[in-house]
Design a binder for this molecule. Structure first.
Ligand code: GYE
Length: 333
């Protein structure tokens, strides 16, 4: 009996669907053939050169691909990202993409996107769900392997310093607390240093991925190291912008960045290449922000019914100061 009713309901619904389609899909939210794909993108903010290049890449690639982009800047606040995603759901966009400022706290809003049937793409940073499998809430995650970047920074450092027995004192400027790149870069760096017990991270604090905070925290590292009679040999900064801010602090303290303190950072932005050419930065580990073209391609594939790889990893390299002048003209961000 129930089965009979269910079949009848299904038949009526199917007939209604055909009717709606026959009317040219004038109903709100229904896509007409030839309609542009609508993408809602929630960006973290504009905290670094990397982020600015990432936003430009997404905007330019959407335009080129003929995708209608709704772009929202969260000013580094998770609550703003959640608001933006909710508004995309309300607007019934075709796809939602976002770069999550921190790893946790996305459960509710991603459940809402899933319930609304809107596919979600993660760009740049990863998430963790408090319950369930994060992979069930996004179609693909494209971006760099941050653990590997941390390993690359440490491997370069050990090779460059060539110190097996003498102590090497490192200070670390971490990225945004709770963000995937800060957590992973720290872990990757420490993993390599475990095999080199003379290398010690003596101070580690967040500089929130910005130049201003990088400078401020480096000033306090220099002050407290002096008070404690410690020598800082190395700075490891989770991004170039914080390293560039720290370079100013080091110079203001009367020291030579790149010589008195060896500096390795991550991203590979033009500002880092310029600092290397000026002899103030020793190495940058590449992390490409140019994810736009890849994102638009994935959206088109998704709309064409293709299944996407759950993980798309960006390919990148390591650039020490001695190749900086040759490489700078090739840099695209
Ligand atoms: O390294 C930093 C930016 O998530 C990989 O965010 C990105 C990081 C990048 O602010 O400069």
């Amino acid at each position: 009996m129930f089965k009979g009713i269910r079949i009848a309901v299904a038949l009526v619904s199917a007939a209604m669907l055909i009717l709606v389609a026959g009317c040219g899909g004038s109903e709100q939210g229904a896509a007409k053939p030839g309609d542009k794909i609508v993408l809602g993108f929630s960006q973290i903010g504009a905290e670094s050169e990397w982020r600015t290049a990432n936003s430009e890449s997404i905007k330019a690639s959407a335009k080129e691909a003929g995708i209608d982009l709704k772009f929202s800047d969260a000013q580094q606040k998770q609550e703003n990202q959640i608001k933006a995603i909710r508004s995309f759901i309300q607007q019934k966009v075709d796809v939602i993409a976002f770069s999550p400022v921190v790893e946790t706290g996305w459960d509710a809003v991603l459940q809402e996107a899933k319930a609304a049937g809107i596919p979600v793409i993660l760009t740049d940073r990863a998430i963790k769900m408090s319950s369930g499998n994060a992979e069930d809430y996004y179609v693909t995650f494209m971006g760099s392997d941050f653990v590997e970047e941390g390993r690359r920074a440490a491997n370069w450092l050990v090779g460059f310093m060539k110190k097996d027995n003498e102590p090497v004192n490192i200070v670390e400027l971490q990225g945004t607390v709770g963000s995937a790149p800060a957590i992973d870069r720290k872990n990757g760096f420490e993993e390599i240093l475990k095999g080199h017990s003379n290398y010690k991270v003596i101070k580690s604090q967040t500089g929130d991925f910005t130049r201003a905070k990088g400078k401020e925290v480096m000033e306090s590292f220099l002050k407290s190291a002096k008070a404690e009679g410690q020598k800082i040999d190395v700075l490891f900064a989770h991004n170039d912008d914080m390293a560039i801010g720290a370079i100013q602090a080091i110079e203001e303290a009367g020291l030579k960045p790149g010589k008195d303190i060896i500096i390795v950072s991550i991203d590979g932005v033009k500002g880092a290449f310029e600092a290397m050419i000026a002899g103030k930065l020793n190495c940058t580990v590449e992390c490409s922000p140019l994810l736009g073209a890849q994102l638009m391609e994935a959206i088109k594939d998704l709309k064409a019914g293709k299944t996407l790889n759950k993980r798309i990893v960006t390919k990148e390299g390591v650039f020490p100061a001695d190749v900086a002048a040759k490489e700078l003209p090739n840099r695209k961000y």
